[in-house]
Ligand binder design. Structure first.
Ligand SMILES: Cc1cc2nc3c(=O)[nH]c(=O)nc-3n(C[C@H](O)[C@H](O)[C@H](O)COP(=O)(O)OP(=O)(O)OC[C@H]3O[C@@H](n4cnc5c(N)ncnc54)[C@H](O)[C@@H]3O)c2cc1C
Length: 297
């Protein structure tokens, strides 16, 4: 199923994101997770493309496994890192051959320690350029990345938000945000973007909060804001993992409720290749009527 077709008919979607596992054991865990989360009937699932272009063979393996072995709609992440346009076109041929119809097109992050993104000669410099290349191919629906607080390299959030609009101009049918913890940050971006482009569909990315120390580490480099309310709730529980997890999940559920009540067109959960926290959040949101039931139920 192409996501542009799905979005045209469905105002709200539920989706999950996985990353390529590095070991065979982690691969089996991911297979189990995919099996368990399939039961929740997500509208689509996505698989990241290793930072710095690493693990790209694994991305292809997982995305093709999902496409061939499960009823799920799959979206492959694709970056500009380390690939010429011809190499990207060759990968698109493979994806199309495997029945993949959706691409999340990104610039990508450079390999750790390389000091910044350098475009590959003969490759793409920005995500919007990669989108133009994939859009010209014509076989894929396109999605882009969005940053409510602004991308860390941007001078300010408005200059970054303007570049987000280029992604819609280049053919994106939606954007997914980096993890959101403050609903107002998301809502300001959504309102600003809809004022420029009423059809700009921006889906908030949700990281289930199970380990506050890990969340703080992650936010220190991606630039997502941690609200004071979350720190006040979870900082005192740092040495009580069970209580911290329970409070973190409740925080995440409450955040999703506020986002959906304010009109977010669904949620995209960074499932981190585990099923339990994601399942708890989705079940609670369905019980409270904030998320629609899966089509089959
Ligand atoms: C939902 C989501 C999924 C992700 N998945 C992956 C993944 O699978 N693999 C991975 O490696 N990374 C992933 N990332 C991280 C992403 O690759 C990085 O954040 C990267 O630094 C920026 O990617 P982008 O696609 O937003 O780039 P771009 O949109 O190209 O933006 C990069 C920077 O350039 C600026 N810019 C954009 N266009 C222009 C222009 N025309 N002129 C001047 N400046 C411009 C932007 O403001 C920004 O500061 C993901 C991020 C999100 C939000």
């Amino acid at each position: 199923m192409r996501l542009d077709h799905l979005f045209a008919r469905q105002p709200q979607t539920l989706s999950f994101e996985f990353f390529p596992p590095k070991t065979d054991r982690a691969w089996h865990t991911l297979e189990d997770t995919i099996d368990q989360l399939s039961g929740l009937g997500p509208d689509f699932v996505s698989v990241t493309y290793g930072a710095g272009g690493s693990t790209r063979a694994r991305t292809r393996e997982i995305i093709e496994h999902i496409q061939a072995q499960t009823p799920l709609t799959a979206m492959a992440h694709l970056t500009c890192v380390g690939a010429t346009k011809d190499e990207i076109r060759a990968l698109l041929d493979e994806y199309a051959g495997a029945g993949i119809a959706n691409i999340l097109a990104l610039r990508g992050d450079p390999p750790r320690g390389s000091g910044g993104f350098t475009p590959t000669p003969g490759g793409c410099r920005y995500a919007s350029e990669l989108m133009e290349l994939v859009a010209a191919d014509g076989r894929f629906a396109l999605v882009g990345a969005a940053y409510p607080e602004g991308h860390p390299e941007a001078a300010d959030r408005f200059s970054d938000w303007k570049h987000l609009l280029h992604k819609f101009d280049a053919g994106a049918c939606a954007a997914i945000t980096q993890c959101v913890f403050v609903e107002d940050e998301y809502l300001e971006l959504q309102r600003w973007a809809s004022a420029q482009r009423p059809d700009a569909r921006i889906i908030p990315g949700i990281l289930p909060v199970t380990d506050f120390a890990a969340v703080k580490r992650f936010c220190s480099f991606c630039g997502a804001k941690i609200p004071d309310s979350m720190s006040a709730l979870l900082e005192p529980l740092l040495d009580q993992p069970v209580a911290m997890r329970a409070a973190g999940i409740q925080f995440t559920i409450a955040l999703c409720r506020r986002l959906l009540e304010a009109g977010a067109p669904g949620i995209h959960i960074y499932a981190l290749n585990r099923s339990t926290a994601t399942a708890e959040i989705v079940t609670s949101l369905r019980d409270s009527g904030h998320l629609s039931q899966p089509c089959s139920s």
